[in-house]
Design a protein around this ligand. Sequence first.
Ligand code: ZN
Length: 101
Amino acid sequence: MGYRLKGPVRKELLALRVRLGQLCSHDLVKAQHIMQEITVLSRTPNGHSHGLVVPRACSVCMYFGHTEQHCVVRKERDVQTEIEEEARRRLVLYKEIHVYN
Ligand SMILES: [Zn+2]
């Protein structure tokens, strides 16, 4: 905390994060290499690092670089589920109206 990354390093880190995000869980070795680079680049002058070393793939889409909470696949799936539930609710309501009236 309090340590700000300098421009060129920041750009390099962003590029590495993009590459990491394109890897799937079966690319674990590649992901580990990128994580290693990220860890080295984000090291503070006094040697502390603030990155995780072990890459974890998202449990929903199996891609690296984000967690389930930030997964677009999960978000889309949630929206789809909501739409389906709404359709089901409407159908139940429709049936109730037509059966009891
Ligand atoms: Zn995901």
